[in-house]
Ligand binder design. Structure first.
Ligand code: MOS
Length: 749
């Protein structure tokens, strides 16, 4: 089936999805009707929309106590006393757990624990919302009421924030949050800047934002025969096991974590946060199961956030547009106790061919919670800065922004010198520009006016780190002929349950129909976390190998050729086998557990994209709106165009939020977020998002990234969108906004 690559409106139309995969010249690529690449629908769609899917907080066993954390009301100080008596006097309140009730804890490993400080272990308040006590009650309402009555006396001190804190000297290398060199220096950027025909120098700010996933984090902890059983909403079941085995000094095998569904996460559920330690501790003390659901406000204090990143960019270029110098210095906020780094320059090192590149990563320690990864970490805030600066350079030298990027396209990784595993960004530029109609764009600003609206278009390149984790999986054939894929991995809404059976089906040469998927449990084969856009590449490869192993076992059993699918049950029963299990693993070069950018191998790996947008700006109202978006990606093989497209659209909407709406404003006087409820937080809603979002993927197979040819996509879609929108706003109005989100005051007057 070959279908037309031209899709007028892929966001609205029911996808005949072959159109989403193109060969770089605009021609559509033929798609298979089954297995990988076919448009298999989401297997768990029905369960989710009908409510049959059971999430962590939804099915507590009889006798479960509700735990509510009493959070510090100030960001900095010393606890003088905590009086639990008013809470204990309330009906239904069973117990209030105080710091003196805490057991002695073992080692904390960061990661998988999200932060090195464990609450309720001393008197110091380090951030607002820091847990100080746990109220346990028969009902949630009773626990919440009790928590409100716990009297905490704190000697308050003035908090330090990003605005008032000091910028660090270099961050210590080898801290748990760094996945590659923090500072890099190639050539002589200062000398090149001094000689450059054109120089752009500017500061850009991408503010702190919170994940605000649909399902706020929740956990249920139950002790049975000395073993811990948790039903958690997580992106990493095994991470919980490892974090808690250190802290609770337990055999990892005695900690059982299940998470059949995760209601979104975007990074907030990647590592392990205090409530996931406090619930099991409370359950052990109380002798009953304990559930802690941190709620929407808990998303602001109980887990992490994307920290504000200030980027200082300096670009030097010749009159031909060739970059001669790139300097990208970043500063992000972090807690006093953790040097969390947001690698704003991670992509900058590798996107453009330039002989003189210097990057630095600095932090500002403040009285705030530790940040964490949030879609898209690092490149998300960083590429807003770089890709805005490239746009500024294009106007300075009078060169089309796309031409300028093409003139600086890197043919191998400028930072490591390694060849790319695969990079079809050039094709993505061409295809995106063709679909968008970039050629028709007037070069100057304020060139298109419709009534009281200014119309502008802009573009940006996207680059996202490729992460891989060693992982394992099983494919099991039961004696009744049913097939099941098993892996410990989590489903955070990306389509995992759908694509892994597709992978197994393709390797086995059969239809994916009816292949079951079991995931989300430490009782299943170990995998890495569902973050860093790494699950498909890592777990998917393990599934492929497990299917190959099963195929081999079938062949052996049959004494040669594998018989047709409908004879497999017979084959097993003839041989008296109850279940035939294929096992597979994804192993990184050198047996590394984790790999960023292909670091363990001979190739540099990243994913790439070209984002084109059209905006309309009403300067009377101070309002900018996205009209349409075309995005084309080079991201490795696309296994399922339906779920892949959904991921990219989600990422693009995420980027629209960054560009136009989202900012977790902190009151610097108190070190507290101004709003911790969606009623006071601007997020994109349907009315903010145009129907016209056109996503395409360049047909690609990356043999170096994985046996199945894929890299990763979940976070890439967010990257570049904010810069493209800011660049389009400049094109529309001549107003350059370097401080996100783009607001009323940037556009009016
Ligand atoms: Mo993603 S922010 O690494 O869950």
């Amino acid at each position: 089936m070959v279908v037309d690559a031209k899709v007028e409106n892929v966001h609205r139309v029911d996808v005949g999805v072959g159109r989403l995969i193109v060969d770089g010249t605009g021609a559509a690529v033929e798609l298979p009707t089954r297995g990988i690449g076919s448009t298999e629908r989401r297997h768990d769609g029905d369960e989710k929309v009908t409510g049959a899917a059971i999430y962590a907080a939804e099915a507590p066993p009889v006798g479960t106590l509700h735990g509510v954390l009493v959070g510090a009301p100030v960001a900095r100080g010393q606890v003088r006393s905590i009086d639990a008596r008013p809470a204990l006097a309330q009906p239904g309140v069973v117990q209030v757990i105080l710091p003196e009730d805490m057991p002695e804890l073992g080692d904390v490993f960061v990661p998988p624990f999200a932060m090195s400080f464990i609450p309720m272990t001393d008197e110091t308040v380090r951030y607002e919302g820091q847990p100080l006590a746990i109220v346990l009650a028969e009902t949630l309402e009773q626990a919440e009421h009790g928590a409100a009555l716990v009297a905490v006396d704190i000697a308050t001190e003035e908090p330090v924030t990003f605005e008032t804190g000091e910028v660090s000297t270099p961050v210590s290398e080898g801290n748990g949050y760094a996945f590659s060199a923090l500072d890099t220096d190639h050539g002589d950027a200062e000398a090149a800047l001094a000689d450059a025909a054109a120089v752009v120098e500017a500061d850009y700010v991408a503010p702190s934002r919170h994940h605000n996933m649909m399902e706020p984090s929740a956990t249920l902890a139950e002790w049975r025969n000395g073993e811990l059983h948790m039903h958690d909403s997580t992106q990493w079941t095994y991470g919980i096991r490892y974090a808690l085995s250190g802290l609770l000094r337990m055999d990892p095998g005695a900690i059982h974590v299940r998470c059949p569904y995760t209601g979104g996460g975007f990074g907030a559920k990647g590592y392990v946060w205090p409530h996931q330690l406090l619930a099991p501790i409370a359950a052990r003390i109380a002798g009953r199961p304990v559930k802690i659901a941190i709620g929407r406000d808990g998303c602001y204090t109980g887990t992490g956030y994307q920290p504000v990143v200030r980027s200082r960019i300096r670009l030097g270029a010749g009159t031909d547009g060739r970059l001669t110098a790139i300097v990208h210095e970043t500063e992000n906020v972090t807690s006093r106790f953790d040097d969390y780094v947001e690698f704003g320059s991670a992509g900058t090192r590798s996107l453009y061919a330039c002989p003189n590149v210097r990057t630095s990563t600095r932090i500002v320690s403040a009285d705030v919670n530790t940040p964490t990864a949030m879609r898209a970490p690092h490149e998300g805030p960083g590429m807003f800065a770089l890709e805005s600066a490239i746009d500024e350079l294009s106007y300075d030298i009078g060169m089309d922004p796309l031409e300028l990027r093409l003139a600086n396209h890197a043919e191998s990784d400028p930072h490591t010198g390694k060849p790319f595993s695969s990079n079809r960004l050039r094709d993505a530029y061409a295809e995106g520009a063709r679909r968008f109609g970039w050629d028709a764009r007037p070069p100057g600003t304020r060139a298109r006016i419709e009534g009281h609206k200014l119309i502008g278009s802009g573009m940006a390149a996207a680059i996202m780190s490729t992460f891989r984790f060693s992982s394992s999986a099983r494919v099991c054939l039961a004696s009744d002929g049913t097939l099941r894929v098993e892996a410990g991995t989590q489903e955070i809404g990306t389509g995992t349950r759908t694509i892994f059976p597709q992978i197994a089906a393709e390797r086995l040469g059969i239809s994916a129909e009816g292949i079951d998927m079991r995931l989300g449990s430490t009782e299943l084969p170990e995998t890495g976390g569902t973050f860093g856009s790494s699950s498909t590449i890592s777990v998917g490869s393990a599934v492929a190998h497990a299917a190959d192993d099963l195929h081999q076992r079938l062949a052996t059993l049959a004494g040669g050729e594998v018989p047709p699918r409908d004879q497999w049950a017979d084959l097993l029963s003839r041989n008296g086998i109850a279940e035939l299990i294929g096992e597979g693993g994804f192993t990184l070069p050198g047996e590394a557990a984790f790999d960023a950018h292909g670091g363990a191998g001979a190739h540099f790996m990243a994913t790439w994209g070209a984002v084109f947008v059209e905006v309309e700006v009403d300067e009377g109202l101070g309002l900018a709106r996205l009209r349409r978006c075309v995005a084309c990606y080079s991201a490795g093989r696309i296994l399922n165009p339906v779920t892949a497209r959904s991921q990219m659209i989600g990422g693009i909407i995420w980027g629209v939020g960054r560009a136009l709406l989202e900012e977790s404003a902190m009151d610097p006087r108190y070190g507290r977020y101004v709003s911790k409820n969606l009623s006071g937080v601007h997020l994109p809603i349907n009315a903010d998002i145009p129907q016209d979002i056109d996503v395409a993927f360049i047909d690609e197979h990356d043999p170096h990234a994985s046996a199945i040819g894929v890299r990763g996509i979940g976070e890439l879609g967010e990257v570049g969108v904010a810069a493209a929108i800011a660049n389009a706003v400049y094109h529309a109005t001549g107003r350059r906004v370097r401080d996100l989100p783009i607001k009323f005051e940037h556009l009016i007057g």
